[in-house]
Write a protein that binds this ligand. Structure first.
Ligand code: UDX
Length: 437
């Protein structure tokens, strides 16, 4: 294999991981970010995001074939540039392309000075059409070059989960390469194949060659499908609960049908995180913009809002929390992260506050992130301390340590436990309600 010289624009979650993983594949990589502090941290081998295996990759490759800089000119010494900046959500759910376009413009200005061919690879999540209609024109205007002549633009989405980003990169289910039309797809594809050849050798992952619009849609379809799967099992689970059926036994059985598959069938409090809700809303907004009313996607979000409400209603069946302490166990959107974006804990906290409860919350790592949103609730430094004297406890995140809780429940004033993640072991000492079982 011939090592490629790659630049990565944006050192957030996706970019910081990508840069290190590409270096590990044997490429020479320069991460470019406008944030000086981030660049200094990367160069010190101390990436600003916590992902298993990432620190090791930075320690291994910084000073050798991996470096970071604030200087866009670094792009000039590379064969291709990955755009990994964020596409935040607007108020109406549609995505805000301004960060991508600003990066594209700066990249274009830099490419004006490059004589050789350059490949631009969009990794940011974008709606089909945005690359052709907005990103390419921005690069063309700033560089004074036409796509297909001095440069090509490809779409290459990522499918990484938080907490396993490095592993997901190194062992992908698929590598999606979107190139198009008469603007040199062969040249772009050839370069992308060179980049990913060592990954294909390591992982055996299949390469999917497709168009740019399809590549962009594959990313949305992938996430929205998974979000829908969770909402569907949650809806089935809600019916299960009404009929005294254990939704987990049902899920285990239907998961044996290969057409359904065993993963993403854990019903409960619903999905959080930075992708599922955002991507579903973005696809809904894109559908509406095209005059198509997406009924199912609306329902996917609707069911996800229902789940925390049902937890609170189950609590209401057993205890009136007005004026009493109520415990929330778990604040992160899933275990293994301190990220609280989209966490189902927030609607649960809101519901408890609406009921006049004194909320006491605990999470092993996500308290600081929650404090920004809820500065006035009480935070406990252990699950045991949160449960002490509480009338009701709602379990929102599947932290392993919650599975070991037992005696701690006996210190509750009213030991009612609503489990949103099937993590608590029911005992005779508590009133236990599983959300979907
Ligand atoms: C997700 C996708 O998995 C990833 O491919 C994409 O690139 C980004 O979005 P992430 O948000 O990190 O990754 O978390 P994930 O592990 O997928 O879980 C998302 C949410 O769904 C969590 O709140 C989790 O608790 C919930 N979930 C997951 C369920 O409620 N039930 C399940 O069966 C699986």
């Amino acid at each position: 294999m011939e090592a490629m010289h790659a630049s990565v624009l944006g050192s957030g979650y996706v970019g910081a991981t990508l840069a290190a993983c590409l270096a590990d594949l044997g490429h020479d990589v320069t991460a470019v970010d406008i944030d000086k502090t981030v660049v200094e941290r990367l160069n010190a081998g101390d990436p600003p995001i916590a992902e298993p295996g990432l620190d090791e990759l930075y320690s291994k490759h910084v000073g050798d074939r991996l470096r970071a800089t604030t200087d866009y000119d670094a792009v000039l010494d590379t064969d291709l540039t990955f755009l990994t900046v964020q596409t935040p959500a607007r108020e109406d759910g549609s995505i805000d392309l301004s960060v991508v376009l600003a990066a594209a413009e700066q990249l274009g200005e830099t490419l004006a000075a490059k004589d050789d061919y350059h490949l631009v690879v969009v990794k940011s999540t974008v709606i089909p059409g945005m690359v052709e209609e907005e990103v390419v024109p921005a690069i063309e205007a700033a560089s004074g070059k036409r796509e297909g002549e001095g440069f090509d633009v490809a779409v290459n989405p990522e499918f990484q989960s938080q907490g396993s980003a490095v592993e997901d990169f190194m062992q992908p289910d698929k590598i999606v390469l979107g190139t198009d039309g008469d603007n040199g797809p062969d040249r772009a594809l050839a370069r992308l194949h060179e980049v990913y050849e060592p990954l294909v050798e390591r992982s055996g992952a299949p390469i999917v060659e497709t168009g740019r619009r399809e590549a962009a849609m594959i990313k949305y379809a992938n996430n929205v499908f998974l979000a829908s799967k969770i909402s569907l099992i949650n809806e089935i689970g809600n019916v299960c609960k009404e009929y005294d059926v254990d939704a987990y036994e049902v899920a285990d059985a239907i998961g044996l049908d290969e057409r359904i598959g065993a993963q993403f069938l854990r019903s409960g409090a619903g999905f959080g995180g930075s992708c599922f809700e955002k991507d579903t809303k973005a696809l809904i907004a894109a559908a509406r913009a095209a005059d198509y009313e997406p009924e199912l996607l609306d329902a996917v979000l609707g069911v996800n809002e229902t789940q925390p409400r049902r937890m609170l209603e189950l609590l209401d069946d057993h205890v009136d929390v007005a004026g009493k302490r109520a415990a929330v166990l778990g604040l992160a959107f899933k275990s293994g992260t301190d990220d609280t974006r989209g966490t189902r804990a927030f609607p649960v906290i809101d519901g408890l506050l609406d009921r006049g409860a004194e909320v006491v919350a605990y999470d092993p790592v996500a308290i600081e992130n929650t404090r920004e949103q809820y500065p006035d609730i009480e935070y406990a430094d252990s699950a045991a301390a949160a449960l002490d004297g509480a009338s009701g406890a709602l379990v929102v995140t599947d932290w392993d340590e919650f599975a070991a809780l037992d005696e701690e429940f006996t210190t509750m004033a009213e030991p009612v436990v609503i489990d949103g993640r099937r993590i608590i072991e029911p005992t005779d000492d508590i009133v236990y309600e599983g959300l979907t079982w």
